[in-house]
Write a protein that binds this ligand. Structure first.
Ligand code: UDP
Ligand code: MG
Length: 306
């Protein structure tokens, strides 16, 4: 059996050598390949990988022309990996390689998906923990099939699941969701997430929000339904207001020029509901637009040992 390790890298020059030093002895008992997907690094990362690839043919490199994003790099990794089992992991050693043998064991026992699950998130900032938790809560409230909590992109997939992902025609596949959605038998291996070895995170707040929006809109149309409910609620409130206004005008002895507050609140409320609704529809239209364009996820600059 062949084990593929797919590692997306974006400006990780100081992490390559230490990672290989730690990873290779652990997987040496297997027949393996290590596939680096260079996502448009500008700090000399690919040169360092090429040096290693010259000495060791099982180290492979796929380079993009520019930065296409972590998810695109994973998609490419799944396309080019040849293993019977494919493990995806970060380059910064936040995903410790030590648990790989355990993941492989669970796979050999029949699991098609083996997730590495974070036991503690001590090293993550309070903010990261909070946003991650909010993300999973919201995501799982919105979609029918739950994605497991505290599970990132560190996972092992059987060839069958990889082929399933490769066959999907989606332009921007939300991998975490799709893997869970596929329903293949899954297992967990627990680990404590370590600190980033060198460099800093590439996931800024805006990227995390985009990622969350993408995740929700790829997996659920509930936001559209919520928009309709908001519309119903606003219309009901408007109807009640209308009856009140008509009755007030003809039956109640109030001088009918006051009521500015009611008018103002009504206009603001309806305006808000409309904008939110248009925004939600816009999100889905942009998804449709991107799917229709059907552009590739990435463009390739070079392949080494592939
Ligand atoms: N990465 C990538 N393209 C990007 C951003 C990140 O290939 O545009 C890689 C990065 O080199 C790392 C992995 O994706 O190997 C995870 O990124 P990072 O460690 O910055 O994310 P975090 O662990 O902070 O969520
Ligand atoms: Mg990381």
């Amino acid at each position: 059996m062949l084990l593929s390790i797919v590692i997306p890298v974006y400006n990780e020059k100081d992490n390559i050598a230490p990672l290989l030093e730690r990873l290779v002895p652990i997987i040496e008992t297997f027949d393996f390949e290590i596939l680096f997907v260079n996502d448009g690094s500008r700090d000399g990362t690919p040169e360092i990988i090429k040096d290693h690839a010259k000495k060791e043919k099982r180290i492979k490199l796929l380079s993009f022309n520019r930065n296409f994003g972590h998810q695109a790099a994973l998609v490419a990794g799944y396309r080019f990996a040849e293993g019977d089992a494919v493990i995806t992991m970060d380059a910064d050693m936040q995903d410790p390689p030590d648990i790989i043998p355990e993941m492989v064991q669970k796979w050999e026992k029949g699991a098609k998906i083996v997730y590495a699950k974070r036991e503690k998130r001590d090293v993550d900032s309070f903010f990261k923990k909070l946003t991650a938790q909010l993300f999973y809560r919201f995501m799982n409230a919105m979609s029918d099939r739950k994605i497991p909590e505290d599970v990132g992109d560190y996972r092992l997939l059987d060839r069958e699941v990889v082929d399933f992902l490769k066959a999907l025609p989606e332009h921007s596949p939300f991998l975490r969701g799709l893997v869970a959605w596929s329903g293949y038998p899954e297992e967990y291996v627990y680990f404590v997430r370590e600190k980033r070895h060198a460099g800093k995170t590439h996931y800024s707040l805006s990227k995390m929000i985009n990622f969350a929006m993408d995740g929700i809109t790829s997996f659920s149309v509930k936001p559209l339904r919520i928009a309709s409910y908001m519309g119903f609620a606003a219309a009901t409130a408007g109807f009640i207001g209308m009856i009140y206004a008509i009755i007030g005008k003809f039956l109640l002895p109030i001088p009918w020029v006051t009521g500015w507050t009611g008018l103002f609140v009504g206009v603001m409320f309806i305006g808000g509901v409309q904008l939110i609704t248009i925004g939600i529809i816009g999100e889905y239209i942009s998804k449709i637009y991107l799917e229709v364009l059907n552009r590739p996820h990435y463009t390739i600059k070079e392949k080494i040992n592939i």
